[in-house]
Each structure stands twice: as structure tokens, then as C-alpha cells.
Design a protein around this ligand. Sequence first.
Ligand SMILES: Cc1ncc(C[n+]2csc(CCOP(=O)(O)OP(=O)(O)O)c2C)c(N)n1
Ligand code: SF4
Ligand SMILES: [Mg+2]
Length: 297
Amino acid sequence: MATSSAPTARTPSLPVLVSKSEIKPTWCPGCGDFGVIAGIELALKRLKIPPHNVAIVSGIGCSSNLPHFLNAYGFHGIHGRTLPVAEGIRWANHDLTVIVTGGDGDGFGIGAGHFVHAMRRNVNLTYVTMDNEIYGLTTGQASPTSMMGQRTKSTPTGVIEHPINPIALALASGATYVARGFSGDVKHLTDLVAGGVQHAGFALVDVFSPCVTYNKLNTFDWFRQRVYKLESAGHDPSSLEQAFVRSQEWGEKIPIGLFYKTDRPTYESLEEVLQAGPLVKQTAGLKGKESVLDEFL
Ligand SMILES: Cc1ncc(C[n+]2csc(CCOP(=O)(O)OP(=O)(O)O)c2C)c(N)n1
Ligand code: SF4
Ligand SMILES: [Mg+2]
């Protein structure tokens, strides 16, 4: 009897790591989202999480096309409903690493309510937002993070609404890992994404990811002239007070890095049914459906 376990040509060599898929990105040349996908791929490679244990969930927007371009599980959802889908995936199988990707319009505009509630629940997700301060896919309207005065297709005389501050909103809503990256610094961004994936709880990594086609204000150069790293500025990420103060900095100097990190039980660890293990591994169906019916009849 042959007992050899030597790999044959048909045996895949494991572990397979997350890498680019056969679908080539459709982004404009130079789009900041290329830096973001590199940061996510490198972080997952570094952590050696195999593709079959990763689900990448998105909404609608240029940035939300990202799940197609990596060889993990992906769900390209609908505009602004990114987080509910991701939460559902986590609750069905909280053995999966769930990464949520999308834009500033998707997450902080139409999806703002979901953003706040996912953070207060402390669902164990990593939410990477490609924040280009514009609606890219729909060709250049103002987004919730567009700056006051910015002229866009939808604001020809300048934005008159105060922008959302995703970092301050995350701190106020109970996110337990709050970071900001820049797609012009992929190494630093990789560290932030890897930290978010390793963190047990809701991690936000809001990334300055310039739209080179429709946002002529917040360009790579604009950010390069302003960003500085919190890690080199004596910031203490265990202090919520310090994090709030830093979150208000915007202008000549803009901080990137880890603003805040704390430990708080996750939703999954507190929820009674999920405590028994991932739903997909639990016995399906109702135990004695007659007794359930009896209760209602
Ligand atoms: C319910 C709904 N409303 C509006 C749209 C149109 N729409 C598609 S993408 C988008 C905004 C995209 O901006 P953002 O999320 O910042 O992503 P980006 O393209 O900048 O990466 C809008 C308004 C839609 N698809 N669905
Ligand atoms: S329109 Fe802007 S956000 Fe969309 S792919 Fe092009 S550069 Fe990127
Ligand atoms: Mg956008």
C-alpha cells in the first residue's frame, strides 16, 4: 500500500497568502487606493492569515471596488451598507478576519449611522476607509469630509458645511482602535492595518487616499507637506483625552498614526449565542420545533 504523503502536482503548497487577484484594479493611474490595497495585502501577508480565513466587505465607490482585486473572500455590497453586511459575516463566523473597505461618502455620509453603531458595539472588524474628501465614482461631488470652501461639481461656489471628523467621531462612539494612515506611506499604513487586524475590537484606519482625478486640493503633495507621525511626537495612545486633542489638529500640521487603543469586551464575546462558538459550527435548526410552536399556539 502506498503511504507516501509527498505533494503531487495537484497538491497546493500551504499556507497560501493573500495576494492580488487576477482582476486588475480599475482605478485611475496614480489613485491613492493603490497604496491602500498594498497596505492591506502586506499586513495580511505579515500576519500570515490565509485567504480562506479573510472576508473583505465593501459598499459602492471607486474605493469599494477593492475586494475584487485581492484573492480572499469578498462581498461588494450596496452604498452605505458596508458595516451591517460585515457585522453579519462576523456573527455568522467569527473565526473569519473581516476587513471592511470603502470611501468617505460610503462610510461617513450615507453609512454614518451604521458607522457609529458598529463602534459602540465594538464588533471585531477592521474598517479601512479610503478618505479622498470627494465622491470619486460619481465624478467629483463634495463628500462629508470635503473641506469648507472647496469647489466641487456639487458645490461650484464652495462647500458651506462643516466636515465630519472621522477620528473624533470614532473616539466619541467607542471605537477601541483609532488610527489614520496615508497612502503615500505604505510601510506606515501596513503597520496600522496589521495592528487593527490583531486588535480584538472595532478598528478604524482612516486613510488619506488622494483622488488624483477629481480632488485637486487634497493631493499627495498637499498631504506630504502636512502629515507628521504621532509615534514620533510623544503621543500616548492609551489616553483618550490626548487622542481627542490630536484629532482636532488640521491645517499646517496633520497627525497620522495610532490615536487611541484600549481593551473592551467585543460584541462577539458578550453575546450569549456567539459565546458557544461561530454560528456556522453550531448545530443548525431548532431543537424540537414542536415545543417552539407550542409556545406560540
Ligand atoms: C443609495 C445610493 N445612493 C447614491 C449612489 C451613488 N453613488 C455611488 S458611489 C457614491 C459616492 C462614492 O464616494 P465615496 O464613498 O467617497 O467613494 P470614492 O468613489 O470616492 O472612493 C454615490 C453617491 C448609490 N450608488 N446608491
Ligand atoms: S476617480 Fe479618483 S478615486 Fe476614483 S479611481 Fe480615479 S483617482 Fe481614484
Ligand atoms: Mg471618496
